[in-house]
Write a protein that binds this ligand. Sequence first.
Ligand code: CTP
Length: 404
Amino acid sequence: MNDTPQRILLGVSGGIAAYKAADLVRRLRERGAQVRVVLTENAERFVTALTFQALSGEPVRTSLWDSAAEASMGHIELARWAQRVLIAPASADLIARLAQGQADDLLTTLCLATEAPLFLAPAMNRVMWEHAAVQANLDTLVARGATVLGPDEGGQACGETGAGRMWEPAAIAAAALAPAPDPAAAAVLAGRNLLLTAGPTVEDLDPVRYLGNRSSGRMGYAIAAEAQRLGMRVTLVSGPVNLPAPAGVERIAVRSAEQMREAVTGRVSGADLFIATAAVADFRPRQASRDKIKKRGDGGLVLELVQNPDILAEVAARQERPFVVGFAAETCDVERYALDKLERKRLDLIAANRVGEEGTGFDADANALTVLWPGGRQEIGRADKAQVARELLSLIAQRLQARP
Ligand code: CTP
């Protein structure tokens, strides 16, 4: 992370998640940022300017019509001051006004008057979030270069459960202060097609039970989001996970290894890059029972399993193939097993990580990778998964360019 403080303009719009924006100011400042806050008129119904002034140590602006501040064209000065504009929470109304290019209050005016990159952390009821109007407005903003952070799935203030909950402040702060996309990687990858698998696959035993694994999908989703930021067109074939699709990414939801294979096979011919992060079940029951399997008198049950197709190896074996990247999750001898997979599956690159340790790997926030390719290797040190994804994509871009 850059240790010079970054100048963040935090816009808070009207929604119950505005209370979390107070904590967000703390998290941004902990990371060395200088924060100036603008509240919309509706935000002031939920939180007060005084709270944000105390937490940010800076004056808070709430209106375009503040004659003292505007005596020296305060809104233009503020728009120039900002190195990044972060709006958290971003309500459906604010997103709509930004998509329209309106300038009917201080915050929307600032967004038009600044050259700083825009980050949005949406928060709203799940039905609003899924509404085609909201999604279309976000697509418009993403196409103009905005970065959308979240939302999360989970319990909402309205009592419902689903996607629409604002990301936690620590995650927003980390993403909003993340370095700008690597220009060298963007030069190679922008406009290219990425096909990516992520999450677990689940193999049904009967209508209520399945064989699964502990993959959360977070590494794959982080790569999808970072690739999108680099300008790639991303198709994410995902097993069942508790994560919303990153903005601007096309997600194909699947359940079993066979469904994942079918989704990949149907799309791989247009891909320039294929990254297999999914934890694909190696085996599936020979036949899923139509009815729930009942206990028997002797207590035991023998399951007959058959091997699943190896999606990664199949893609690598194609005549016209994209640049192929595999993952290897190992509990020991990481490098030896990964090298073996690199050669056996004829991959262009493999990213190996150790699992089964606290704090990295499956279902953890952080990860560390050993990246291997024919004739080379590089370590990606322990960092949050977004940072690991950025470094991995930079490396892939270098290898892709070096490919004969
Ligand atoms: N993979 C795949 N299809 C499968 C199995 C794995 O595409 N049926 C991909 C994974 O997405 C990952 C890599 O292959 O990129 C992992 O290789 P794999 O041989 O499955 O690793 P392990 O299962 O850990 O191998 P082993 O059982 O030999 O340890």
